[in-house]
Design a protein around this ligand. Structure first.
Ligand SMILES: NC(=O)c1ccc[n+]([C@@H]2O[C@H](COP(=O)([O-])OP(=O)(O)OC[C@H]3O[C@@H](n4cnc5c(N)ncnc54)[C@H](OP(=O)(O)O)[C@@H]3O)[C@@H](O)[C@H]2O)c1
Length: 359
């Protein structure tokens, strides 16, 4: 595989820092550009990120001295130095939409963690194990944007990275209704216990905009490419409650599901055990060997014990049992800034490189 030069827009943030740890010594990607707000621009990365660095490893040596660029003012310069960019910024939605389109129009593909373009009909929202075929929409998007290389592809919200992977392989049984409660880590809000001490010994029953994302985004993943757009599916019917809990990393989901044709418990467990997607077939560098891990113990999976499974890229599932109102209930867990954000974006970029969309 050839090497690709990449940039990270929003490099100083929580997701941006994850990108640093994942892209250090990446076999296919060389980080050439780091960018953030005008507050950070012109500073060395280590100075710009300063005390905000909250990963459990040091800032990679190769990135410390890179001078941070201005994500908006330096678009043309950045686009001329890299093959594509990752983007995870805290800006207003319309500003992010314009920023990402500007990079795409400068012929620089954008792999985005932001929500701004998730419902743009010709922007694919790809989980490489589930809907890699949605990349086929990219030529239609390029036509709309008037670009040869440039396009935008997005990651879904971190909340659904546990329950959608567990449910998707069961689609053949006709999933009718899904009720999910998520128990989400504070890093999902770009925070640590130092920056959000109110979360110690506390639970907050509201995460702005999260429930709508958790109900609506899965339907795009289940959708179909039709002509120049991805048409969202109309089922399953999702209802969600999203709760902030006092853990640093890892989003857990408690799921209730009703099927058209109820499978046996054994069928579900076998499907989870055998499930592998395009990421595993292509042996992408960040693909977990086993995507879905089922735990038999009643008290598993636990956030602290399983969130880092297979480098934080695998999904942990447990407690599958029959329910009195729905057909089944179970719990599931994923690492929100790895599989749910930067790791998922890196895996998507690996898929798009392997499939020739970055050439
Ligand atoms: N945290 C998660 O688990 C998670 C999961 C999925 C998706 N996301 C999404 O990823 C994005 C970033 O989240 P985060 O948690 O990493 O946020 P964060 O820690 O607050 O970081 C925000 C980043 O955006 C940059 N930024 C702010 N204003 C900017 C501007 N005007 N121009 C350019 N850059 C600007 C910041 O640069 P400065 O340091 O220079 O201010 C920083 O690099 C958000 O859209 C979020 O919804 C987060």
């Amino acid at each position: 595989m050839k090497k690709y030069n990449v940039g990270v827009i929003g490099a100083t943030g929580m997701v941006g820092q994850r990108f640093m740890t994942l892209l250090d010594n990446h076999p296919w990607f060389d980080v050439k550009v780091l960018a953030a707000s005008p507050r950070s621009a012109g500073k060395k990365y280590s100075d710009a990120v300063g005390s905000k660095w909250c990963m459990d490893v040091e800032i990679p040596e190769t990135m410390k001295d890179i001078v941070v660029m201005d994500a908006t003012a330096d678009i043309e310069k950045i686009a001329s130095q890299v093959d594509f960019v990752f983007c995870a910024v805290d800006m207003k939605k319309d500003e992010i939409k314009a920023l990402e389109e500007a990079y795409a129009k400068a012929e620089c593909p954008v792999i985005s963690n932001n929500s701004a373009h998730r419902h743009t009909p010709d922007v694919p929202m790809i989980v490489p194990e589930l809907n890699p075929e949605h990349a086929a929409i990219i030529p239609a998007q390029r036509k709309r944007l008037g670009t040869k290389r440039g396009f935008i592809a997005v990651k879904s919200n971190c909340s659904l990275q546990s329950y959608v992977p567990a449910l998707f392989p069961l689609s053949k049984f006709g999933i009718k209704d899904v009720l999910v409660c998520t128990y989400q880590a504070i890093s999902g809000a770009g925070k640590t216990f130092d920056t959000w001490p109110e979360m110690l010994d506390n639970v907050i029953p509201y995460i702005g905009g999260e429930e709508e994302k958790s109900e609506k985004e899965p339907l795009k993943i289940w959708g179909k490419v039709e002509g120049d757009e991805i048409v969202p599916a109309t089922a399953p019917n999702f209802t969600a409650q999203c709760i902030r809990v006092p853990v640093s990393n890892g989003h857990m989901g408690a799921v209730f599901v009703r099927f058209e044709n109820k499978p046996s418990k054994e069928e579900i467990l076998n499907i989870w055990k055998d499930f592998a997607g395009r990421a595993q077939e292509l042996e992408l560098p960040h693909a977990p060997k086993q995507f879905l891990h089922y735990f038999e113990e009643d008290n598993m999976p636990q956030t602290k014990l399983q969130r880092d499974l297979e480098g934080g890229m695998a999904i942990s599932v447990g407690r599958l049992r029959e329910d009195t109102q729905y057909d089944y209930k179970f719990v599931c867990l994923s690492h929100n800034t790895l599989r749910g954000a930067a790791g998922g974006a890196v895996l998507m970029a690996e898929l798009l490189c392997a499939e020739g969309y970055m050439d």
